[in-house]
Write a protein that binds this ligand. Structure first.
Ligand SMILES: Nc1ncnc2c1ncn2[C@@H]1O[C@H](COP(=O)(O)OP(=O)(O)O)[C@@H](O)[C@H]1O
Ligand SMILES: [Mg+2]
Length: 243
């Protein structure tokens, strides 16, 4: 039975889709059967980041509508056969999000992890993903506005019934952190009130990989960060890498 994780944020552009994709890669590389879909209607990006844009014909909107079978819309990752991906709807409106629960139920026994990449804030996608998830990851960048908004989202998730809420601090840069308004990482954790899962560096190479649908560079610090997040997700007490 799958662990269903919603990826959320307060502000847009914090890196939800990027984190969702590379976390899914590392889960799959470690042998977990992983399903990744993006629910940011009309603003798809996971197809590009995960290198499946050329292979995508149908999307999760078509599946929720019942206009296409799940099998047709699933694309296997070009980087690992343990990862199955379904692109976000190419349209903004008319997606039958009310069918998300029955869709997730239908694939629940086929995967170890189901990753639902949502849209920023607490709109209809957030509301649809919350009741079908049993865990959440909130992605924030290290700045006052992003962290404040992450706290709002984190509280909404908690009061919505998910008690396991983890924080990913993304685009961390040790040289500019002093301008963040926070004394240290612990102050961000306190402000967000969520357990820290990982700190992802601001990494130009990651950005290039994401824009060209490539996996993270083997042996890179950023890849190690994602790999250690998977270990933490699975209960290992590995140290947080901060670079
Ligand atoms: N750790 C990072 N280092 C450098 N660039 C990043 C990082 N994380 C995300 N980005 C870039 O930030 C932009 C927004 O990321 P994206 O994942 O689409 O955000 P969201 O899904 O929250 O809107 C993209 O151009 C992406 O490549
Ligand atoms: Mg996104």
């Amino acid at each position: 039975m799958a662990r269903v994780i919603m990826i959320a944020s307060g502000k847009g552009g914090t890196g939800k889709s990027t984190v969702a994709t590379y976390l899914s890669h590392e889960l799959a590389f470690k042998g977990y059967r992983t399903f990744l879909t993006e629910l940011d209607m009309g603003f798809r990006s996971i197809d590009v980041i995960s290198g499946i844009s050329e292979m995508t014909v149908y999307d999760v909107g078509d599946v929720l509508d019942g206009s296409c079978s799940t099998d047709k819309a699933i694309v296997a990752s070009p980087h690992t056969d343990k990862l199955h991906i379904m692109a976000a709807p190419g349209r903004k409106s008319g997606v039958k999000l009310q069918n998300l629960k029955s869709f997730v139920d239908s694939i629940y026994n086929s995967y170890d992890y189901i990753i639902l990449d949502t849209a920023a804030g607490i709109g209809e996608v957030f509301e649809a993903a919350l009741p079908v998830s049993n865990m959440a990851i909130v992605v924030a960048t290290p700045d006052a506005v992003s962290v404040r908004d992450a706290r709002i989202v984190s509280d909404e998730i908690y009061y919505g019934g998910i008690k396991d809420v983890r924080l990913v601090i993304n685009k961390y840069n040790k040289d500019t952190f002093r301008h963040s308004g926070f004394a240290d990482g612990d102050s961000i954790i306190d402000a967000c009130c969520a357990q820290l899962l990982g700190v992802v560096p601001n990494d130009e190479q990651l950005h290039l990989s994401a824009m060209t649908g490539k996996p993270l560079t083997s042996g890179s610090i950023t890849k190690k960060v994602f790999s250690s997040m998977v270990e933490r997700l699975n209960g290992s007490h590995v140290q947080i890498i901060v670079k």
